[in-house]
Design a protein around this ligand. Structure first.
Ligand code: FES
Length: 401
């Protein structure tokens, strides 16, 4: 590297430089006094790709398994959504629900393909009813053909990124994560996603595998997609029996470099993590969707056992004033406690990754499980927390937006 940088200039450069303010003034003086155009093409494109909100309607309800339904959502033109925003397989919609006096949001991965939204004007999402679940029971009980829905633009980073990921992908999933891979398989078939995907799908038995027929059909029609069903509790001819192991992955893995995409339940993630570590892949080659990771915080090994069964008081401030004092059980996220108390709280992903729910902790202690703390160092230093993955460990004071 050179030590010196030589700039050649002439007297003309200097004289032009000093004339800049004068030139700027004359351009301003010549400008129109009427307001500038409000709608530039670039702005309309940006609004189309990333709308603040999408108004949708349920077009169809499909029973897809025990306590599982798929909903076909179409644009609600009467409320101003004419076209659906573009998405990438693996992204989700954050859906706003009014339940009693609470306003809550829940993320649902889109399982249709990009062409389904751009050419056929629909998204498909899968909803699994959670026993005693606040939001999923509300959806099962109230959503029917014609129900109006308020959703975000497609969100999330768990999708194939050609600059970062290898074009050969290994997918690892179970019933919780299958919407991501169904969307990818559909996109591969319609050629809107140019990758080669080998999917390991772990289930207890054949009858519990959802979308099995469609995945096998896509495999028949598409060279770039292969699905391997792994049944833990049943021996089925021509299918794998047991669990997804390092050896099984290596038996089907391509000879080329590959990226692993893992999306599924906390049990799957627990079972698979040592096997993945033994593959010794580069860090960037392992992509994890932690969307469904923490279901019962008490089962997380580092959760302080002495807090089980305890409840704390949390003062909630907005614009510097205390707006409520709520009850925060130690085994429930602060976000859920806010929602139960009917306090409108911002959220999208609900797993600590988007940063949308951020709040400032000014008093007290919280527990944040390993692996879900995506805060920047500066945020941590200044007491910023993500209430969607923070659990009260003492009485608290928080400032929300
Ligand atoms: S909602 Fe995304 S970080 Fe909390």
């Amino acid at each position: 590297m050179k030590d010196k940088l030589t700039v050649n200039s002439t007297l003309k450069d200097f004289s032009n430089f000093v004339r800049i303010p004068e030139h700027r003034k004359s351009v301003i003086n010549q400008a129109l006094s009427t307001p500038t155009k409000k709608n530039y093409v670039v702005n309309s494109n940006a609004n189309f790709l990333h709308p603040d909100v999408q108004y949708l309607r349920v077009k169809e309800v499909i029973e897809s398994g025990a306590d599982e339904r798929c909903y076909i959502l179409v644009p609600d033109t009467a409320h101003g959504t004419g076209k659906l925003a573009f998405f990438r397989p693996g992204q989700y919609l954050s859906i706003t629900l009014n339940i009693g006096s609470s306003v809550v949001t829940r993320p649902f991965t889109i399982c249709s393909s990009p062409y389904d939204s751009s050419d056929k004007d629909f998204y498909m999402i899968k909803v699994k009813r959670v026993i005693h679940g606040f939001a999923t029971n509300h959806i099962f009980n109230t959503w029917q053909k014609g129900t109006e829905i308020v959703a975000s633009a497609p969100l999330g980073n768990f999708y194939y990124q050609p600059l970062r990921d290898y074009p050969f992908l290994i997918g690892i999933t179970d019933n919780d994560g299958i919407p991501t891979f169904l969307s990818m398989a559909r996109a591969i078939e319609e050629k809107s996603l140019d990758v080669n995907l080998t999917l390991f799908y772990s289930c207890r038995e054949k009858s519990s595998a959802i979308f099995m027929e469609e995945l096998l059909e896509i495999q028949k029609r598409t060279r770039n997609f292969k699905v391997i069903f792994v049944f833990s509790d049943e021996k089925v001819e021509n299918y794998e029996r047991g669990f997804i192991t390092k050896q099984l992955i290596e038996a089907y893995a391509p000879p080329e470099n590959y990226s692993i995409f893992i999306d599924g339940s906390s049990q799957l993630l627990k079972l698979i993590s040592t096997q993945i570590a033994e593959l010794n892949l580069e860090r960037k080659a392992v992509r994890l969707n932690i969307g469904s990771q923490v279901k019962d915080i008490k089962t997380i090994p580092d959760f302080p056992v002495e807090s089980i069964g305890k409840s704390f008081e949390c003062k909630v401030k907005k614009d510097g004033k205390v707006i409520a004092t709520i009850n925060c059980p130690a085994d429930e996220t602060i976000l859920v406690a806010l929602e139960r108390a009917g306090i409108p709280a911002l959220s999208h992903c609900r797993v600590g990754s988007c940063g949308y729910c951020r709040a400032r902790l000014t008093k007290g202690n919280v527990f944040i499980p390993n692996g879900v703390d995506s805060r920047k160092l500066a945020d941590t230093k200044h007491g910023i927390i993500h209430p969607c993955v923070s659990y009260a460990m003492s009485d608290l004071t928080i400032q929300i937006n």
